[in-house]
Every structure is written in structure tokens, then in C-alpha cells.
Design a protein around this ligand. Sequence first.
Ligand code: PLP
Length: 382
Amino acid sequence: MTSTLTTVPFVDLKLQQQPIQTQIEQAIAAVIEKGDFVLGQVLGEFETAFAQASGVQYGIGVACGTDAIALGLQACGIGEGDEVILPANTFIATAIGVLHSGATPILVDCDPQTALIDLEAAQKAITPKTKAIVPVHLYGQMVSPRALMELANSYNLLIFEDAAQAHLAEREGYRAGSVGLAAAFSFYPSKNLGAFGDGGMLITRSESVAQKMKTLRNYGAPKKYVHMELGTNSRLDTIQAAILKVKLPHLEGWNRDRNLAAEQYDTLLLPLRQQGITPIQNECENGHVYHLYVIRVTDECSIDRDTLQAKLSEFGVQSGIHYPIPCHLQPAYKHLGYSEGDFPMAEMLSRQILSLPMYPGLSSDQIHHVVASIKSVLGINQ
Ligand SMILES: *Cc1c(COP(=O)(O)O)cnc(C)c1O
């Protein structure tokens, strides 16, 4: 058995920062020197760099990913009276964003193998009021662009991607954020590309959406003191943009690291399928950027998810649950009128899923320790 002295954290942000710390400090110092803290030069540079890396022309930095969804939907012309389809198993911010745009969120179930939105369920939820679908590229895996576009084209829906977990993910030749009219990203510190605080961005191929978004994030003013929209104050700080701009060239390498770690998990976990442990299926191979590596502790397993999680922590292995309560069962969302049993797959996953340690620089020894610990908990000889 592996030594129980090894501990494996769930994420390790320091590890990623250390090699570029001096560069980041210099970039921060340059902003302090220049003093353009709000809507400064480096913000524009980072917006263009990130949008282009994602395969579109325009990027508009905002305060957080939630605002990128709320304001982004408005910039796309979505609002009161419109229905917007989104998965029930996502981080609550997707639903908050839709609600704050003024639109009505319509939740649908997911595919239990991939945990991604079930597009057949989405199709069934379409009404004459449906204006948009918000696919969530959950855990770093993209929803199939081909399938999405087929559905959106048949019903004249707009695609607005929640790509908060999928920076530079790829599938069928598309990068995350380049499939729909617009897409929202988050730069929350633990996302694949993270700031030193909150941050977000809307990216789009449309010049008019970009213009409207710039107005909305800046008090609805296309020109100083001329307020054409209600808008709000939601801008990505120049300092955060400077940090993110230093990190951006490393993102592809970090994503590759995550993908390789996932491959190693997959291989080591393969024999545990008979014991009821199955990883969430990867349908986009190297294009999956593994924001999270998630396994299912199915009903065939001798213990339940919560027991496994508790026992793993005794072995020094930290884990997470993304997410323990689906959106439709959250107390604040009662008024949407959903109840238990409405989305059986999302509900089942919320009881089965466990996110294992995943971050760039996670070592092979640590991955072995995680899997060996799971085997020990399940009483499997190794
Ligand atoms: C993180 C996240 C968001 C929200 O981003 P914030 O920057 O925290 O507001 C939205 N959707 C998903 C799927 C996320 O993971």
C-alpha cells in the first residue's frame, strides 16, 4: 500500500504561479505605474488576445462570469418574455445569469454518461417563446457543436455558451466560445484561467453584440454621460487583465497537463468499473480541458459517495462535489415550479458524482495515491 503520508490537495494554485510570479509582479507594477486601473490599455490587449485564442474577434471583460451571462444575454437581445433553455445540473451562476437578464430559465435534464445537457430533452422543452439555449461545457468538456447547431438552426434559436469551465476546450474543430453568437467565461481563481480575484468575459463574433456589451458594462453609456441603456458597472479590472495576460500563453500547456492527468486516472480506474466506479465519459478526447475530473460512485458500488469522500480524506485525498444540489431543487428557485423527480438524471448524478484532485502539475505519484486510496476504501487488494 502507498504511504498514507502523501496528501493530495484538490487544487494547488501556487504551483501554477511560482514559475511566472516575477512576470506577474512586473505586469501589476506596470499598471500601478500607468494608473489606468479602469478600462486601461492592458484590458483591451487581453480582451483581444483571449477572444482570438478562442476563435472569435471580440472580447469584453466584465466583473465576473455571472455578469458575462446576464449582460451577455441582454447584449444578444434576450430579456423579459423570452425563454432560455439550460441544464439543471450546472453551477447556480448559469441560472442566476439567465434570471438577471430578465429571461425565464427553462431547465432540462442531462446525459448521465457525460453529464452534459440532454439535447433531446432540450428539443422537447422548446416553445414559441424559446429564444436561446445555454449549453454549459461542464467540467471542461464541450457540448457537441454539430448537434447544438443542428438543433438551434431547426428552431431558430440563438446559442449562448456558458464556457466558464472550458477555456480553450475543443470539439469537432470548434473552440469553446466560438460555436454560438456569444459565450461567457469566468476567471475565478480556480478556473483553468484564473485571476487574483473575480473576473469574467463575454466573447462574440458579432460587432453589434460587442458594442452593446461594452455599453452595458459601463453604465449603459456608449459615450461619457450619455446613457442609452440601463446597464450597470461591471468591468474587468486592468490589474486582473494584466495578470491574465501573463498567464494566457501558458494555458494550453496547463490544459494539456490536465488532459494527461485525466488519461492516467482513466487507465488506473479502469479495473474499478466492476466495483461501480465510473468516470464521466470524455467524448472529445484531447479537446477536453478537465476543469474537473469527475467519477460516479454508482449504485453497484459497495459504499455510497459520501462515505467514499469521507474515507478518502482520511487518506489525505481531498475531493469535491460539483454539484450536490441541482438548480431546480435549490430553495431560492422554488418559484420556477420544479420539484423532485423532474430531472432524474441530474438528481442521480448529484448523489453519485465526486471530483478528484485535478490541476496542472498534479504528479503521477499523487494520482497513484488517489487511486490506491479508493481501492483501499473499497477493500480491493493491490
Ligand atoms: C464559475 C462558473 C460561472 C460563474 O462565474 P463567476 O465568475 O463565479 O461569476 C458560471 N457558470 C459556470 C458553469 C461556472 O463554473
